[in-house]
Design a binder for this molecule. Structure first.
Ligand code: ATR
Length: 273
């Protein structure tokens, strides 16, 4: 079997080995997939070592997505736009760096939540790594508007700069503070790390309507404060578990050229939270 792994620090609680084992079983692809703890200052060495052992690819999680970006000899456009890599593919001397987080988010919204993005108003909260990772795939779905709101407004403006320069066509690109978005949005995505601290990005309650999809990239046994607040306003809420499974499915596709089904696995993981 071909060998793959996930690099992180910490890595013990990663669900990726279970997810990829399920994909392999389902598709009949002969792969093994393990966890690898890399030292904080030793990602490149660990990744090169895995490739030298015959490893065909790796997923990369916190805190190594920037290191993985630097290690890659070639970047996909979506990895370039994200400035971060969560999927590596080793082809001889070449190391392809990709980022499947945004594609995972988009697949979760379109297919699992059944919500369209084209022509819609999208509000993205946060402008750090998690937010940057999803902007290009979101824009490729042609929303009417993408508003990036962040605690530090300058970071949100900077994030959108590269996309404004590239030309966003008819899509309205806006950046501002949390209090600035006006009116109801169709999709509100929380890409801040505020949920970790139990904080709520202070957006107006009026951004949520009864048809709004509110998605938090975090997940856990209980809903986040963001999900609770959005639900109180009548929004349809969703956590980041679907995105996790879909980014893995996209990585599996990058490596194997086969797209696994995700619905049953998502339900299984949900039941085990
Ligand atoms: P990640 O990789 O999770 O995106 P990051 O790059 O450090 O981590 O970015 C964290 C994001 O969450 C940023 O948008 C940050 O806002 P600032 O740019 O103003 O720092 C946001 N964030 C973190 N804690 C927050 C909080 N308590 N309330 C609101 N936003 C918060």
């Amino acid at each position: 079997p071909d060998a793959y792994c996930v690099f992180g620090n910490p890595i013990a609680h990663s669900k990726s080995p279970a997810i990829h084992a399920a994909f392999a079983g389902q598709t009949g692809e002969a792969i093994v997939y393990e966890r690898r703890l890399a030292p904080l200052d030793g990602f490149a060495l660990a990744a090169r070592g895995f490739a030298a052992e015959g490893g065909k690819g790796a997923n990369v999680t916190v805190p190594f997505k920037l290191d993985a970006c630097a290690l890659a000899t070639e970047l996909t456009p979506r990895a370039k736009a994200a400035g971060a890599v969560n999927t590596l593919r080793f082809d001889g001397e070449e190391i392809l760096g990709d980022n499947t987080d945004g594609a995972g988010l988009v697949a979760d919204i379109l297919r699992n939540a059944g919500v369209a993005i084209r022509g819609k108003r999208v509000l993205l909260l946060g402008a750090g790594g998690a937010a940057r990772g999803v902007v290009l795939p979101l824009l490729q779905e042609q929303p009417q508007e993408l508003f990036v709101a962040n605690r530090t407004v300058a970071t949100a403006a900077k994030l959108l700069e590269q996309f404004q320069q590239a030309g966003a066509g008819d899509i309205a690109l806006r950046a501002g503070g949390f209090e600035q978005p006006e009116g109801v949005f169709d999709i509100v995505i929380n890409a801040t790390s505020a949920s970790l601290a139990g904080d709520l990005p202070p957006v107006p309650a009026t951004v949520f309507g009864s048809h709004t999809l509110a998605l938090d990239m975090m997940y856990g046994a209980a809903p986040t404060v963001f999900m609770e607040f959005a639900a109180q306003q009548g929004a349809q809420v969703r956590d980041g578990l679907g995105m996790l499974v879909e980014q893995a499915a996209e990585a599996f596709f990058v490596w194997r050229g086969v797209r696994p089904a995700t619905q049953d696995l998502l339900a299984l993981l949900r039941g085990a939270l």
